[in-house]
Design a protein around this ligand. Sequence first.
Ligand code: SF4
Length: 388
Amino acid sequence: MRWSGQSAAVSAGLASAESVSTTALPGLEVAEVAAMPGHLRTTRAPEFAGMVFHEVLAKSALNRVPEGSSMPFSWTINPYRGCSHACVYCFARGSHRYLDFDAGTDFDSQIVVKVNVAEVLARELARPSWRREMVALGTNTDPYQRAEGRYALLPGIIEALAARHTPISILTKGTLLRRDLPQLAEASKRVPVELAMSIAVGDNALQQSIEPGTPTTRARLDTVAAARKAGLEVDVFVMPVLPHLTDGYAHLDALLSDIREAGARSVMYGALHLRSAVKPWFFAWLGREYPDLVPAYRRLYPGASSKATQAYRLELAARIRPLIRKHGLEFSGSARRSRDPYPPIAAAGVRGARQLPSTGGALPEHRSDPNALPLWDAVPGAPAPTLF
Ligand code: SF4
């Protein structure tokens, strides 16, 4: 079954959900729509051109993080599936295939909305067995993507979590977070509230190309500042760092300076990670926008490899870690969400690395040179930094 090209419908007998103003569209067979579990209806709205919302009734809200995961939380909530922020590199793209959507345009535009998620969550949190462990939002798709402006699911979720004394963790690129800052500040008086903003691209043109549905970097920095003004700490994820596009010393230095100025508490970083479902989508973009870089990326992500080569990741670590220190943005013990997967170079037992000059060691230009030799040689046995 394919969903693309479908329009609007109300599944038989399930039209009792909150009324949402929509433009009905022709051409959808109700029987097809009803095949989506819990489906209420599929809608479009004039203010969301090109997007389709599939409203569903969720049976559960809380997802258990698998045992053994390195994530510093045990539970997640995903009010939406698919993400209009449309980041080309998004690691969650493959998850859209479970709904028989594709991992490309469908992921960006076919958004599944769990319209009853707050009510279901409140019921789950009321169970005597609930242990009030931290619940994270933004681990798969962005809770403050554009659809949230229409459905406003987060206030109910925050209210339910705070009412049950459950710590909250939110990672987003969405400036809509500002709407909920007063509520989150209030909640932080009762439960720990951890906020993280993802900001990885300082160049405006590149940012709009590779994250076409997101707010600008400046708008996100301003949101960090607004959160600080509201009394909330914010950590920033400089992820993904894009080889030869955003990994130059000057770019990283300027970006970290802006992040510091906005008042962020700490920075977590990581090199681009390309899962198999994302790789073809990413390389298609790269071929269109930066064809000269395709050979270098093929070398950095050979075959089915999702991680950049260890040599590259060590080179990046050597470049960015001193900058993070310089700007006073090192991970602190109080930043619980961010577990630094990059041990100090000395502790990692790396030998034979070239000494870096005091400038930070990377190329001074905005982009690093794809033909340059790595600054570090891969060392057998050295821990490989991981991300995601
Ligand atoms: S904001 Fe996050 S979830 Fe949304 S497309 Fe970008 S990387 Fe994916």
